[in-house]
Design a protein around this ligand. Structure first.
Ligand code: LLP
Length: 423
């Protein structure tokens, strides 16, 4: 469920017509709905009640400050994977005691940053990383809370590039070594192992891999506990998928029921790191048709948005639904290849897409673009970095401005051996 619906012939974000935003902001732009973010956050929270759960929103999905703050205002924690994301989460108002830091390659500077901020736990993924944390904490005369991310060797059944829980993936410590590594960590003077963590992948379309992985996590935790090791937190990661094409996927309520089935009555604080399921369909990319080109064998709708603005189709072959902003009603659909201006054949949002008649100047909305959209945008081809707009009821605000070529060039310098000015 989202809040992008037609009203008086125009697609609106909540109560704001998208053509009005386009007229003011220009295209392309991302548009997010506060009501949709809030609703998804609430639904996920309710699905886990009455478990002792902390929802650490996975900032990588959409790290706009205003988006994070919308959830921080509702009590969200944050899952961060870089020093930059940590700064964002803190700046957005997420309390440090609700922040977890994940990722296979944290630098010592990032570890120091996390310790100084007093975050809840650092999820560690290797023994050298534990040693590094111990060293950084020792230099600061403190102890760092850590959790062992274990690799359960379970295939999430998702896209190969976003499955993370198989033994051949770079993530986590193999589950069969959890006891050994936890025991060694517990003997170090400057780290405090708090618990275990897991994340087996993203855009999971069914619950069985979650169930298998969670049962494994529960059993490993029980084994460690039985040996007198103290396990306070279990971080179950994120990964619940969303429908990009109208298909039926497990709901947060079904996910919550499965989690309760496995973890109810156990004495752990549970952490969750959902990203996509909260913000995915709370965002759209609004773009304008530049040209309709009748090719030799295909019809092309050429947009002013490109793969640098939304990479998912080019990178994963991902499907995103596209709709006209002006309500096309029942007009007959025509197939077209929807492409951007970038000089690569891979710069396409869909081939043979069934669309209403479109002409140059028309606005199109690319749906379900709130997660892994703006965060993965680049300035490839020296295109502007796409702006972001947040809507609340009948108000909208530009929450990230369009960054153009001037900003880009202001960071580039001529080396001394080249003329400083053009002749
Ligand atoms: N926790 C960890 C440790 C993660 O690595 C991720 C996502 C999440 C939580 C959040 O997962 P979610 O609930 O959003 O599925 N760029 C890709 C997705 C990459 C996901 C990376 N990790 C895409 O566009 O599909």
């Amino acid at each position: 469920m989202d809040h992008f619906t037609y009203n008086n012939g125009t697609l609106c974000a909540e109560d704001v017509p998208l053509d009005a935003i386009a007229a003011e902001v220009g295209t392309p732009f991302y548009c997010y709905s506060s009501a949709t973010i809030e609703r998804h956050f609430r639904v996920f929270t309710e699905a886990l009640q009455p478990l002792p759960a902390t929802l650490c929103y996975s900032v990588k999905a959409n790290s706009n400050l205003a988006v994070i703050r919308t959830m921080a205002e509702m009590g969200a924690g944050a899952d961060v994977v870089s020093g930059g994301e940590l700064i964002r989460a803190l700046k957005a108002g997420v309390p440090p005691e609700r922040i977890v830091f994940s990722g296979v390659g944290k630098s010592k500077e990032e570890i120091a940053q996390a310790i100084d901020a007093g975050i809840s736990q650092i999820n560690v993924e290797s023994e050298p990383e534990i040693a590094a944390i111990n060293e950084v904490a020792a230099a600061r005369g403190t102890k760092a809370p850590i959790a062992l991310r274990i690799n359960p060797d379970i295939d999430a059944g998702s896209h190969d590039k976003i499955s993370t829980g198989r033994s051949e993936d770079k993530f986590g410590i193999e589950w069969t070594r959890a006891h050994e590594v936890f025991t060694a960590a517990a003997a170090l003077p400057n780290v405090v192992p708090m618990g275990l963590a897991m994340h087996i992948g993203s855009q999971l379309a069914n619950l069985q891999p979650f169930r298998d992985a969670f049962v494994r996590l529960r059993d490993v935790a029980a084994m460690l506990k039985a040996d007198g090791l103290e396990i306070q937190t279990l971080d179950l990661g994120g990964g619940l998928g969303i429908p990009y094409d109208g298909s039926t996927l497990p709901t947060p309520a079904e996910y919550g029921a499965m989690v309760k089935d496995i973890f109810a009555d156990l004495d752990y604080r549970l952490l969750f790191e959902p990203g996509r399921v909260i913000v995915g369909n709370a965002g759209i990319l609004v773009t304008r048709v530049l040209y309709i080109k009748e090719g030799a064998t295909r019809r092309f709708v050429i947009l002013d948005a490109a793969m640098n603005d939304l990479m998912r189709p080019a990178l994963y072959g991902a499907h995103h639904e596209m709709v006209a902003v002006a309500d096309p009603g029942q007009s007959p659909r025509e197939p077209a290849d929807v492409v951007g201006p970038i000089c690569e054949t891979g710069d396409a949002f869909g081939n043979g897409v069934s669309l209403p008649p479109l002409k140059a100047g028309d606005l199109l909305a690319i749906r379900t673009a709130g997660a892994y959209g703006a965060v993965m945008a680049s300035m490839y081809n020296s295109r502007a970095l796409v702006p972001e707009v947040l809507v609340k009821d009948s108000n909208f605000a530009v929450v990230r401005e369009r960054l153009g070529i001037e900003e880009l060039l202001s960071h580039e310098k001529m080396p001394g051996w080249l003329p400083q000015t053009t002749r």
